[in-house]
Write a protein that binds this ligand. Structure first.
Ligand SMILES: Cc1cc2nc3c(=O)[nH]c(=O)nc-3n(C[C@H](O)[C@H](O)[C@H](O)COP(=O)(O)O)c2cc1C
Length: 183
């Protein structure tokens, strides 16, 4: 009799424990590169809507502030597909399950620092949800770039593409929907 009572208590607890162990809350990272702040603004809204950890992708050697000089360097880096070394960051993206990955569109592609990010970390098995900002040309090849540069990632091709750095309720709904789909 005593044994049966114990079983009645222990079995459901074990089952519950098992259920919890099988469905952990996904760890969400909002990683982004932003040269002039627009992608950063969208990244902040995504972090607010998702509860994710912000991760600023930064180049080890900052680009010049003079826009003409900077543009020339960027165009050369794009042309040569140069991957600029990144500054160190105490957060390891490999410890996250879902990664919102943000970039400005550069010459129809994701930015060189985001390419560096994808080359630096092993994100195999992670769900990567792209978001980009542009100045009217649209997302271009940017989402496809991520599938090419991270063949082991599960890339959500229903990414977010924004003209400029504005945010909206639609963006919040998109964030919540993409997380549900990824889980
Ligand atoms: C080198 C370079 C290339 C760019 N190429 C494009 C492009 O192909 N299409 C486009 O719509 N905007 C292009 N832009 C504009 C940026 O994508 C746009 O201003 C973006 O929102 C900037 O984001 P950020 O403020 O986070 O850097 C380019 C900007 C730079 C600096």
């Amino acid at each position: 009799m005593k044994f049966t009572k114990i079983l009645l208590l222990v079995v459901p607890m074990t089952v519950c424990g098992y259920v919890y162990a099988e469905v952990p809350t996904p760890k969400i990272l909002v990683a982004y590169y932003s040269l002039t702040g627009k992608t950063e603004n969208v990244a902040k809204a995504i972090a607010d809507a998702s509860g994710g950890q912000m991760y600023k992708i930064q180049v080890a050697k900052d680009y010049p502030s003079d826009t003409k000089e900077r543009r020339a360097i960027l165009e050369q880096e794009i042309e040569q597909n140069y991957l600029p070394p990144l500054a160190t960051n105490s957060i390891n993206p490999e410890n996250y399950d879902i990664i919102f990955l943000g970039s400005p569109v550069w010459a129809n592609h994701i930015s060189q620092p985001v390419k560096s990010f994808l080359a630096k970390y092993n994100l195999d098995g992670k769900t990567v949800i792209p978001f980009v900002t542009h100045s009217g040309g649209g997302k271009g090849q940017s989402f496809k770039d991520i599938t090419t540069l991270c063949t082991g990632c599960v890339v959500d091709m229903d990414g977010w593409s924004n003209w400029g750095g504005g945010t909206s309720k639609k963006l919040t709904r998109w964030v919540q929907n993409q997380i549900k789909t990824a889980e």
